[in-house]
Ligand binder design. Structure first.
Ligand code: ADP
Ligand code: MG
Length: 370
């Protein structure tokens, strides 16, 4: 009996304790919810108020700021808008990060990983940072999937054409053949254990122009997140990353530039609604010249050494910006038919192509086209 009494008593005590704990937990949840609502509301209200102010007007660092800045880096204009506490510092840190990546991956900076790989072509393996190794590894993987349409060993051909310099030229057939003999992604030697890259033939060179801006934009967005920025948009020369929604909670609206339009405001296709996603556009209007009425631009077919003629622009949506950037260039080279076929094999990737006749084509899953 005693035992039974003891048991019931213990049970009552346990029940009472549980009841008290339950009440306590409900109170905690209620208070936490109230606090979050209050803070969230204040955050949003302040953000909305700030959006009508200039960033210089914001003096306190704790209150959300709405800041935008544009800088020239990686051979293009990069603009960042960030809304949140310490937005200006966060933007500065994001630009610093993107410049750091440029200093690793630019072929125009003599101390970069890429320059060291290129200078070492035909010599010993070159040790690089984990990041450069990763970007090159992804690029080589893409080359394999696209049968070499995307090929970062395009360097010798890019040098020949000189897009982006003050005097680009149309090279002769022989020069093109000579440069083409130095292009070949299968030759790139990657050693993941020692983190080295080697180009086996002197004169070979890597050009990350079709992928590095996307990677930099991704890393810039990562820095903004680490600073606690809830709403940000980075545009690195057509490589857009939307980190979080707009300050009003709505998706960012991204228009696709009409490749033969009057300017950036002349758009084509659907307006994209983007949150936590990347959009990249590769176009034949970025770096080009017209000779005898014909357009020559900077996206080359590794097989012919000539600019691709079937496509005017490709827009790719993907979860991250490195892949959006790389795939927009890859699909551009593959052309409308093969390009779309390729996109359909990839999870979480969709594309819109504008061909050179001005027709728009959409892959399955491209927003607004389901
Ligand atoms: P943008 O640099 O204008 O944003 P892209 O992302 O399409 O445009 O990249 C074009 C750049 O990619 C070229 O300037 C060159 O550096 C590089 N590139 C050109 N052709 C190829 C190719 N077939 N494969 C890989 N990279 C390429
Ligand atoms: Mg690209």
């Amino acid at each position: 009996m005693k035992w039974e009494y003891g048991k019931r008593h213990r049970r009552t005590t346990i029940l009472r304790k549980r009841l008290l704990l339950g009440i306590f937990l409900v109170l905690v949840v209620f208070l936490a919810g109230y606090a979050v609502m209050q803070f969230g509301q204040r955050d949003l209200t302040l953000a909305l108020q700030r959006s009508s102010l200039k960033s210089q007007d914001v003096k306190t660092v704790e209150a959300p700021q709405d800041s935008s800045r544009s800088e020239f880096l990686m051979d293009t204009f990069v603009s960042i808008r960030a809304v949140g506490p310490n937005a200006e510092q966060a933007i500065q840190a994001a630009f610093d990060e993107m410049r750091r990546i440029e200093s690793l991956m630019s072929r125009h900076i003599s101390t970069s990983d890429v320059s060291r790989i290129n200078l070492g072509a035909g010599g010993s393996p070159v040790k690089v940072t984990r990041e450069t190794f990763y970007v090159i590894e992804e690029a080589v993987r893409c080359a394999g999937l696209t049968n070499g349409a995307f090929d970062i060993t395009i360097g010798p051909l890019m040098d020949l054409w000189g897009f982006g310099t003050s005097n680009p030229v149309i090279p002769g057939a022989e020069e093109i053949e000579q440069a083409r003999s130095l292009v070949g992604w299968e030759l790139v030697e990657l050693d993941s254990e020692n983190m080295t890259v080697r180009l086996p033939i002197q004169g070979m060179s890597i050009d990350l122009g079709g992928i590095a801006k996307g990677y930099a934009a991704e890393q810039g967005a990562q820095v903004l997140k680490e600073y606690g920025i809830p709403h940000a948009l980075i545009d690195a020369g057509g490589n857009i990353v939307a980190a979080g929604p707009r300050p009003d909670g709505e998706p960012w609206r991204i228009g696709i530039r009409n490749p033969r339009g009057e300017g950036v405001d002349d758009t084509i296709g659907p307006m994209l609604h983007v949150v936590n996603e990347a959009v990249a556009t590769s176009g034949d209007y970025e770096r080009f010249f017209i000779h005898d009425g014909k357009r020559y631009h900077h996206i080359l077919h590794p097989g012919t050494g000539m600019p691709v003629e079937t496509v005017s622009s490709v827009t790719v949506m993907a979860k991250d910006s490195l892949h959006a950037d790389m795939l927009s260039t890859a699909v551009f080279v593959l052309g409308p038919d093969e390009g779309m076929e390729f996109v359909e094999t990839l999870d979480g990737v969709s594309a819109m192509i504008v061909d050179t006749d001005g027709n728009t084509l959409f892959s399955k899953g491209f927003p607004g086209m389901d």
